[in-house]
Design a binder for this molecule. Structure first.
Ligand code: C2E
Ligand code: MG
Ligand code: MG
Ligand code: MG
Length: 278
């Protein structure tokens, strides 16, 4: 009996693993077609300046419209793209789409002053061709560097400190602002803040969720803003979902925030509408 069960269990896991591997291989194959087939597109989530309650920019977030499976979020396919190296190609497509959008902004009243943030993963930085690619695209689309911000995460600081530092310095010398994304989720945090010339940090959403917890959590969120501002680094709060969260961070030193409370990521065609009605 036990032996029989064991065998069944083995078969169960075996068929599950087979399914995972098959799905994974299919996603890799499909992802290759996604870039060339124009299946990737961007949505944009507003960054809101708290004092004036108005959008000052948008974060560009990549989406995949799969021909059979429909909409796939980056959380599902970015890890696969990173492991296969396809992220380099996808990242270039993202930069190109962002520059195209910025060129349109430039020619549109109400949108002309807004900036775009793009996310960049460590594999892209390690490829060491990204800075040149960005320079080339800004030039091609006649975008000034103050309109494109680049978000990197703490993981690159740990994986390859030197490569990260030279990437950040290169972007800075081009006049591009660099944001440290998901701040507080990695191991590094505080010591990197004065070693890297970041223009801004984005406090991770998990800290905002924690505001509902013990009062000491509020002290942490407040202290991070004070620290950043004392170092001359802007601070953005991510993942604001409620009026209560907004009121709390407004009382602290946060100048810009992002989250579902203001807006979920929106499509290209709705950008002007959104900006005009706020
Ligand atoms: P991220 O850069 O931290 O982007 C913020 C994510 O949080 C987005 O998810 C956004 O939709 C979500 N979000 C924003 N406000 C709220 C909120 O109030 N509540 C909740 N629950 N979520 C909120 P999304 O679009 O699924 O992106 C997930 C991650 O995928 C991004 O996290 C980023 O790390 C990565 N990603 C997205 N686009 C790109 C890209 O073009 N290139 C690279 N390398 N990574 C990307
Ligand atoms: Mg980001
Ligand atoms: Mg983030
Ligand atoms: Mg995050």
């Amino acid at each position: 009996q036990a032996k029989h069960q064991g065998k069944n269990r083995y078969c169960f896991f075996d068929s599950n693993i087979k399914k995972i591997v098959t799905n994974r291989m299919k996603m890799e194959r499909d992802l290759r077609d996604a870039v060339s087939g124009g299946q990737l597109f961007l949505e944009y989530q507003p960054l809101v300046e708290l004092q004036g309650n108005r959008p000052v920019g948008f974060e560009a977030l990549v989406r995949w419209r799969h021909p059979e499976s429909g909409l796939i979020n980056p959380g599902e396919f970015i890890p696969v793209a990173e492991e296969t190296g396809l992220i380099v190609e996808i990242g270039e497509a993202v930069i190109e789409m962002a520059c195209r959008t910025l060129a349109r902004f430039k020619a549109t009243p109400h949108l002309a002053d807004l900036y775009l943030n793009v996310n960049v993963s460590s594999i892209q930085i390690l490829s060491r061709t990204l800075d040149d690619f960005i320079r080339h695209k800004l030039d091609e689309f006649k975008i000034t560097p103050d309109k494109l911000n680049v978000e990197i995460t703490e993981s690159i600081l740990i994986e390859d400190y030197k490569a990260a530092l030279s990437f950040v310095r290169e972007l800075k010398s081009m006049g591009i602002k660099v944001y440290l994304d998901d701040f507080g989720t990695g191991y590094s945090s505080l010591s990197y803040l004065h070693k890297f010339p970041f223009d801004a940090i984005k406090l991770d959403r998990s800290f905002i969720i924690a505001l509902e917890g013990p009062l000491s959590n509020q002290a942490i969120v407040e202290s991070i803003a004070l620290l950043a501002n004392n170092l001359g680094i802007h601070i953005v709060a991510e993942g604001i979902e409620t009026k209560e969260q907004l009121e709390l961070i407004k009382k602290m030193d946060y100048s810009v925030a992002q989250g579902f409370y203001f807006s979920k990521p929106i499509t290209d065609g709705n950008l002007l509408d959104f900006v005009q009605k706020t």
